[in-house]
Write a protein of this length. Structure first.
Length: 312
């Protein structure tokens, strides 16, 4: 019976040509955006700063030091005045803009997903820029405390035949603890300080992920820890921010390899106006103009609340 189901002639001549109706491309429902370098460094900025309309363009934090120690006096002796120091830490606003134009014909061609992509990319650009400004203010400041490594960082593992001979790892570890101790003793207007964050690049953080031996180093147990994605999250008593915009691991003389801060006083970042979107249609150009404006200021404040680990 099967011969009844065998065609003697091919069906090619019966097919209709529909290429004109077939889309040139088929797109997945997902859209990938370019990852930008951001780490939410606002969390280490001084809290409580604000500038309202009509308040001018600068906000200042007033600070005072401690009194001198009391004096023991003999009978009928007059006291002498003790003194304290006063200081202000200013942060000044500047105006920032990010602008783009979206052609309406392109929107008609691609769909509203194109406008969404522009808006997401703009938001990411702001986040990346603000983090960069905060880090630069800290990295370029003249810190109250500096720990210079005995030897420049070796950015690739340099192990000998016995345990724990990676000098870069041990020197970084010791430098941080030296800085924390120095800041806690404190000599500045607010001394002693309480450092709570350290900012490093992923390549510097990777030094603490190097294998020494199959057994963890006894002195690092509980002192170094990582999150579920393998990022360094704790170094000594400090919370770690792995920031892709921080100086990468290098042996360059004087290069800052880690920034340590007391986040109560180290850097001020303030908005007069957060990024605000203005979207309007240009009839003579058949396009949409997207304008973002922000009033933002950032500055290193109490330099004694900032510390650097640097290459020799």
């Amino acid at each position: 019976m099967e011969e009844f189901f065998i065609n003697a002639d091919p069906d090619a001549s019966c097919r209709d040509e529909i290429a004109e109706w077939s889309p040139a491309d088929i797109y997945a429902k997902i859209i990938w955006e370019t990852f930008v370098c951001k780490a939410d460094l606002f969390k280490i900025a001084v809290k409580g700063l604000s500038i309202n309309p009509g308040d001018g363009l600068t906000v200042q934090v007033r600070a005072f030091g401690a009194f001198e120690a009391p004096n023991a006096l003999l009978p009928c002796r007059c006291a002498t005045c003790a003194s304290i120091s006063f200081k202000t830490y200013p942060v000044t606003l500047s105006q920032f803009n990010l602008e783009a134009v979206v052609c309406d014909l392109d929107l008609y061609d691609v769909g509203n997903v194109l406008m969404d992509a522009y808006l997401i990319a703009m938001a990411n650009s702001w986040a990346q820029y603000f983090d960069r400004e905060i880090y630069d203010a800290l990295e370029e400041a003249t810190p109250g405390t500096t720990a210079t490594l005995p030897v420049a960082l070796a950015c690739t593992p340099q192990l000998q035949t016995t345990c724990c001979t990676d000098i870069a790892l041990t020197e970084l570890y010791n430098a941080l603890h030296q800085i924390v101790a120095s800041m806690r003793e404190g000599t500045g207007i607010a001394g002693p300080y309480n450092p709570d964050y350290v900012i490093v690049s992923p390549t510097v953080a990777a030094i603490f992920k190097r294998m020494q031996t199959p057994t963890p180093m006894p002195w690092s147990v509980g002192d170094i820890s990582f999150d579920s994605e393998g990022r360094l999250k704790k170094w000594g008593s400090l919370k770690v921010i792995e920031y892709c915009g921080a100086n990468p691991c290098a042996s360059t003389q004087g290069e800052v390899m880690a920034v340590i801060v007391d986040s109560r006083r180290a850097v001020g970042a303030v908005f007069g106006q957060r990024p605000k979107l203005y979207k309007f249609f240009q009839t003579n150009c058949n396009s949409w103009r997207l304008d973002n404006w922000a009033y933002f200021g950032v500055a290193a404040m109490d330099l004694d609340a900032i510390a650097h680990i640097v290459n020799p």
